[in-house]
Unconditional design. Structure first.
Length: 171
């Protein structure tokens, strides 16, 4: 019985530890940290904005590949229709900015975003991006940390950083 009790204790402890780790790991970064990172790597964010505005065929770029308007299946160059050198440049500048993915919208006013945090799985993924918007959005909040405390379901919101730059939180 003692051996079985010890094994059960270890299993329950491991499950509880995993639960607490996953809960902690899924906490979004504080607004202050996100804004400090933006200012510390402002040149990288501006460079990504320029690149995304120039590369009209790009939909998304990340370590897992490039998605373009010609190929909706992500691929890692040299596969597909995207330059290896440009792909490497995106990855280098993303790394400098602390970003995970660079993406752009379509239409008259391209609004590039850099994904800086995500957590979750499938339909319950939460995102925080830093976006450059052509005009101020109507769904702004004054503080993301307070927004995180609101009851679910939440709506996507923006938090102004400066100029045309905004934090975008979605979950």
């Amino acid at each position: 019985m003692t051996r079985l009790g010890a094994v059960l204790f270890l299993v329950v402890g491991a499950i509880a530890g995993l639960f607490f780790y996953l809960q902690w790991a899924s906490e979004p970064p504080k607004e202050k940290e996100l804004i400090e990172n933006f200012y510390a790597h402002r040149a990288a964010f501006e460079r990504l904005r320029e690149m995304l505005q120039a590369d009209e065929q790009v939909v998304r770029v990340a370590e897992w590949g490039v998605e373009t308007t010609k190929s909706f299946i992500p691929h890692i160059p040299p596969e597909g229709d995207f330059s290896v050198a440009r792909y490497r440049e995106y990855l280098e500048v993303l790394k400098q900015a602390g970003g995970k993915v660079a993406l752009r919208g379509s239409g008259e006013h391209v609004e590039p975003c850099i994904g800086v945090w995500a957590s979750g799985w499938a339909g319950d993924t939460r995102h925080i991006d830093i976006c450059w918007l052509f005009q101020a959005p109507s769904n702004q909040v004054t503080n993301l940390d307070s927004y995180y405390q609101t009851p679910k379901p939440r709506r996507p919101v923006f938090r102004h950083i400066e100029g045309n730059w905004y934090l975008w939180a979605y979950w």
